[in-house]
Design a protein around this ligand. Structure first.
Ligand SMILES: C[S@@+](CC[C@H](N)C(=O)[O-])C[C@H]1O[C@@H](n2cnc3c(N)ncnc32)[C@H](O)[C@@H]1O
Length: 255
């Protein structure tokens, strides 16, 4: 697994789903809005943490800037969005111009493994830490980049079963994941802020299996099919009850 592989995944995905997008769009799970009470996870985060106009925020793995721009627009604070995908960053920058938010938001192609220490009051990583090439290194970098009293918020998929099944292997292979986040690792100083698993929407395994067969054929002509197939294996893992969707956080002590 390499950074180049992650760049390639998100550049290909952008080419497929984003190149004619007229507005920033989220690149994460769409939850059951009625049950959850929010139409997007970033909106829940905005409501449940104390952002203000002085907050310096990092959107670590920002996609096309959906969350970064939403936070800047809502709280009028400085936001930095980073991604490994140059295509995403180009588009995010374009969206920030269109929204007249360039004075608040900057977007860069940078890895969350290479951050300046003590720089942010909030770091949000929505479905991006799963791509870490070395979880220990990434979590250290993210925690170091917090200012004293700063908060790191991670939203991601966490595996509960340590026994490797075919679905786990296929999911990991299709998305080229070096390591899988494990629910058993959510230990202090991290805490489980919210379990979102019940709000995750999946297709039935019958539909999932049929779609996988279809994508096995399509992948010969379109490389995005492999990424889509990884998403279906993830749905299977939720259906099998071995995957959890958590928000975890870490508050840096005031040194
Ligand atoms: C599933 S998308 C989530 C995008 C955004 N957080 C959202 O929810 O709309 C994952 C993002 O993480 C980024 N990413 C993966 N590894 C990264 C790394 N080492 N440093 C920075 N960004 C990374 C990808 O480039 C992509 O933008």
């Amino acid at each position: 697994m390499t950074e180049a592989a992650i760049t390639s995944i998100y550049n290909r995905l952008f080419k497929w789903e984003g190149k004619s997008a007229k507005a920033p769009y989220p690149i994460h799970k769409k939850l059951n809005t009625v049950a959850f009470g929010y139409d997007d996870i970033y909106k829940w985060i905005l409501d449940n943490y104390q952002f203000n106009a002085d907050s310096k925020v990092l959107d670590a793995g920002c996609g096309v800037g959906y969350g970064s721009l939403l936070i800047a627009e809502t709280k009028h604070c400085q936001v930095k969005g980073i991604s490994l995908s140059d295509a995403e960053i180009l588009q995010a920058t374009q969206f920030s111009k269109e929204k007249n938010l360039e004075h608040l938001v900057t977007f860069n192609v940078t890895s969350y493994d290479k951050l300046e220490p003590k720089s942010f009051d909030f770091i949000i990583a929505t479905e991006s830490v799963k791509h870490s090439l070395n979880l220990e290194k990434t979590l250290k970098s993210l925690r170091n980049a917090l200012k004293p009293n700063g908060t790191l918020i991670i939203v991601d998929d966490f595996l509960t079963n340590e026994t490797y099944s075919n679905s786990i292997k296929s999911y990991q292979k299709d998305w080229q994941l070096a390591e899988l986040l494990s629910a058993s690792d959510v230990l202090p100083p991290f805490r489980l802020k919210k379990d979102l698993t019940d709000f995750v929407q999946t297709k039935s395994n019958l539909k999932v299996n049929f779609s996988i067969i279809l994508l096995n054929v399509l992948k010969q002509i379109n490389s995005v099919a492999t990424i889509m197939r990884g998403g279906l294996y993830l749905e299977k893992l939720f259906n099998e009850g071995v995957m959890k969707y958590y928000i975890i956080d870490f508050k840096k002590p005031n040194q």
